[in-house]
Design a protein around this ligand. Sequence first.
Ligand SMILES: C[S@@+](CC[C@H](N)C(=O)[O-])C[C@H]1O[C@@H](n2cnc3c(N)ncnc32)[C@H](O)[C@@H]1O
Length: 210
Amino acid sequence: MIVGLPAHPDYCAPDVHAGPDHPMRQLTRAMAFGEPWTPSDAARVAALFDGLAAEWSDRHVDPTKAAPVLDAIERGMPPLDARWIELGAGTGAGTRLLHGRVREQISVDLSEQMLAHAPTGLAPKVRADSSCLPFADDAADVVLLINMLLFPTEVDRILRPGGHVVWVNTLGDQTPIHLPPSDVAAALPGAWTGVASNAGCGLWSVLRRA
Ligand SMILES: C[S@@+](CC[C@H](N)C(=O)[O-])C[C@H]1O[C@@H](n2cnc3c(N)ncnc32)[C@H](O)[C@@H]1O
């Protein structure tokens, strides 16, 4: 069961941006619920984000984008004295926020250019496809996904027993890569409990295997 917490007092609903027909939304749902992720999907998505990287990095972390991540940490209470692996870390929006807050973090992304624009020295950067990660089973205490595709089998494999998944969509249901927390829990193997809320213009959920 996912318990909904009241929205953060500063929450503002996102403007209309990307609805259910957005191609990224459709891809997100397809990957979460078991459609195959092909090499051509990987090449297409890597090329897309390689092309967006310079502009994306200019945005860094604005307070509205940071708010759901920080609220997830504060009210969702995932463990901080822990090893966090962030999938789809991009140009380091999450990396910057986690720095100094968690014991250890690793930033993973498919796009060489997104990683090239991420800050150096805050976390090891690993270029990898999250559908096939270069980590041992149970390698992470926490897996963080901010506006990132969900590959349930790999998240489940690298997450230690009792570990947490932190899911953030910084524009809520208007985020192109969006799933409601209940669907994230349904897509992950096994039964999950957790909390969810809204902050900034986004949503977050902190899930733990029941
Ligand atoms: C919408 S961006 C979000 C980036 C960052 N989390 C942020 O909020 O600024 C999605 C990121 O996921 C990465 N990504 C997409 N598919 C991936 C995959 N299969 N494995 C690893 N990273 C992937 C993209 O390259 C991109 O950097």
